[in-house]
Design a protein around this ligand. Structure first.
Ligand code: AMP
Length: 289
């Protein structure tokens, strides 16, 4: 595995492959790699000739209130995982080079960024879309792999690539979970034992919402209420949002259409967790077919 740090080295690597008939797959990450990231690397390995991963704790996507310094850094283990998964090139850029002192350009997707995570973390998505634009522009991969776990981010990046004609196909990969359903996240390590037990309830409440829809419930508030009640029974936590939304626009749905996404975010102490479950709304409820 080749490891590079400079933008110039990345550009050179890319130029040397210009015109080669090879498919380049890209997995951008913040590092602290876990089995969720591994699944993205494996998917890229299966689908592409060359796999490029990046590890960069992008300061632009952290809110002023969020502690960038606390973000876990495990570069040695991350390199081992990338090697194990057959990554060809690992890009670990310097922040100073990506954001020099005179850096002045921010890329913003409107619409999709306004609700849910965007409402709670107003700077976050423009930080993500700015760094993703830079990385896609530098590497020009054929495909880039993102997790369903960050569903709103996935939709925003798809929109970004479409609007700016970036030419990379954005591939969504399934969420990897612990045995109780908790989505893997580098933040899980900050949970106390009690919080960890409660954390699994987020996914369970989203699953409950999905089950109610499949059974024929069609009123958004009934479903949201049932999910909230389920979480309330789990013990101390703050529910930031629970939403029944259109799977493409993320607008709350009063009349449930074919594809629905249930979104949830909770806070346990200082740890924020997000998750989602997709549901296909049956024409007829289960049991009436
Ligand atoms: P991050 O390092 O948190 O920016 O995540 C990098 C990529 O890994 C993003 O596309 C995430 O959606 C994806 N990812 C994070 N956690 C998981 C998970 N549990 N399952 C699948 N993909 C994930």
């Amino acid at each position: 595995m080749h490891i590079i740090h400079s933008v110039r080295a990345l550009q050179t690597w890319r130029r040397q492959r210009q015109g080669n008939r090879v498919l380049i797959g890209f997995v951008p990450t913040l590092g602290a790699l876990h089995e969720g990231h591994r699944s993205l690397l494996q998917r890229a390995r299966q689908a592409c000739d060359l796999v490029v991963a990046s590890i960069f704790i992008n300061p632009l996507q952290f809110e002023p209130s969020e502690d960038l310094q606390r973000y876990p850094r495990t570069l040695r283990d991350d390199k081992t995982m990338c090697r194990q998964e057959g990554v060809d090139l690992l890009f670990v850029p310097d922040a100073d080079e990506l954001y020099p002192q005179d850096f002045q350009t921010i890329v913003t997707v409107q619409g999709l960024t306004t609700r849910w995570e965007g409402e709670r973390r107003p700077q976050h998505f423009q930080g993500v879309t700015t760094i993703v634009t830079k990385l896609l522009n530098l590497l020009q991969p054929d495909r880039a792999f993102f997790g369903q776990k960050d569903y709103q981010q996935f939709l925003i990046i798809k929109q970004l690539v479409k609007d700016l004609h970036l030419g990379t196909k954005i591939i969504r990969c399934p969420t990897i979970r612990e045995a109780d359903g908790l989505a893997l996240s580098s933040r899980n390590q900050f949970l106390s034992a009690g919080q960890r037990t409660r954390a699994g309830k987020l996914y369970q409440s989203l699953r409950l919402g999905a089950r109610l829809i499949r059974q024929g419930k069609r009123h958004r508030q009934t479903i949201e209420q049932a999910m909230a009640t389920h979480l309330a029974h789990a013990g101390a936590m703050t529910i930031e949002y629970l939403g029944v939304c259109h799977a493409q626009t993320l607008e709350p749905l009063d009349i449930l259409e074919q594809q629905v996404i249930l979104l949830g975010a909770i806070r346990l102490g200082s740890v924020r967790l997000i998750d989602n479950v997709a549901v296909r709304v049956p024409n007829k409820p289960l049991g009436q077919r």
